[in-house]
Design a protein around this ligand. Structure first.
Ligand SMILES: NC(=O)C1=CN([C@@H]2O[C@H](COP(=O)(O)OP(=O)(O)OC[C@H]3O[C@@H](n4cnc5c(N)ncnc54)[C@H](OP(=O)(O)O)[C@@H]3O)[C@@H](O)[C@H]2O)C=CC1
Ligand SMILES: O=C(CO)COP(=O)(O)O
Length: 305
């Protein structure tokens, strides 16, 4: 049995794919997200978290909700394998998902599942590859076997720092990529933005102890390319709306917005220059206009690549 907390798009998609091969208990505060894919009979739904007794639990709530969920249920969840499926940096603490898990559940085995995957693609059974990161490699190998399916191929690493930051930072760069396209600056400008954004991701991640090969893998470069180039991405679409001066539904999960604010603080604390992240935070926060944001990036001093 696998437990999944969070019956939104991603939690439901994971239930669909995992439920094809093993029993799953899916918990949601209110019902199941509107994915138009039928759940197998191996998937049970519950609104009572006490019914989720599985030893392996996937945490598929948004990043900014994870701390509260763990705070309210840490005692009940402690001691299990807790696999964060969210992407971001916690605004309240500046921590990533596995550090939040370790703080709330000291006897748990924290891990993170992240990488280039739209929920709808996973739910449809399309081939997908993700990174499963766990500092305990033996536990990571067991989770890799447990959570891989015929269509969902997991690659394992012990670099949770790199895997988490790749998934968190790519959402911020995706917002910037959307701004570029929404503002009509063109695909060449987006390619430049993605490349400089990847350099920004590496600067912070390596300073925080990540391994370069992790950032160059599925959780970093892979997810960056996917999210910056597809309008299936909510972060990209949010950026497009910003660039076009259009509105955006505030109820849609856009992880990169809060993460941009959290990362600006993190970068300042470590003396890391992250101009694109700072631009996204200021633009999304209404502290600069679009022309000012674009000018701030284009007028930076020339330097070596
Ligand atoms: N969608 C995708 O394609 C992918 C998403 N992810 C990641 O998965 C994570 C979840 O995103 P996603 O499923 O897409 O988002 P959705 O907006 O589709 O769903 C979020 C779910 O979390 C629940 N939730 C929100 N706040 C709380 C809370 N405080 N306590 C309990 N449950 C809560 C919501 O419940 P309610 O409906 O009751 O508000 C909802 O079921 C994000 O970090 C995202 O980056 C990763 C890969 C792909
Ligand atoms: O993380 C995702 C793809 O890997 C989903 O992207 P969005 O959150 O931008 O929709």
């Amino acid at each position: 049995m696998i437990g999944i907390l969070g019956a939104g798009a991603f939690g439901t998609a994971l239930a669909v794919t995992l439920g094809r091969e093993q029993p799953v208990m899916l918990w949601g505060r209110r019902g199941v997200a509107g994915l138009d894919v039928a759940l197998s009979e191996q998937v049970r739904l519950t609104a009572d978290l006490a019914e989720v007794e599985a030893e392996t639990v996937l945490l598929a709530v948004p990043m900014q909700a994870l701390g509260g969920l763990l705070g309210a249920n840490g005692g009940r969840l402690d001691g299990r394998a807790l696999v964060a499926c969210c992407k971001g940096v916690d605004l309240a603490t500046g921590l990533g998902p596995t550090a939040l898990i370790a703080a709330a559940c000291p006897a748990a085995t924290p891990a993170i599942l992240t990488g280039p995957s739209f929920a709808a693609d996973i739910a449809r059974g399309l081939p997908t590859a993700l990174t499963l990161a766990c500092t305990d490699d033996a536990a990571g190998e067991a989770l890799q076997r447990r959570l891989s399916t015929a269509a969902l191929r997991l690659y394992r690493t012990t670099d949770t720092v790199g895997a988490e930051l790749g998934g968190a930072l790519k959402n911020v760069i995706a917002i910037a990529a959307g701004v570029v396209i929404g503002a009509g600056l063109g695909h060449s400008a987006r390619a430049a933005l993605m490349t400089r954004g990847y350099a920004e991701m590496q600067r912070l991640a390596l300073a925080l102890g990540a391994r370069p090969e992790t950032l160059a893998g599925l959780s970093g470069l892979g997810d960056l390319v996917l999210t910056c180039t597809s309008d299936q991405s909510r972060n990209f679409r949010f950026g497009q709306a910003l660039g076009a001066g259009a509105g955006f539904d505030a109820h849609v999960t856009v992880e990169g917005r809060a993460t941009a604010t959290a990362v600006v603080r993190l970068a300042a604390a470590h003396g890391i220059d992250m101009p694109i992240t700072a631009m996204v935070d200021a633009l999304a926060g209404g502290r600069v206009t679009l022309p000012q944001a674009i000018q701030s990036l284009l007028s930076r001093p020339l330097k070596q690549e």
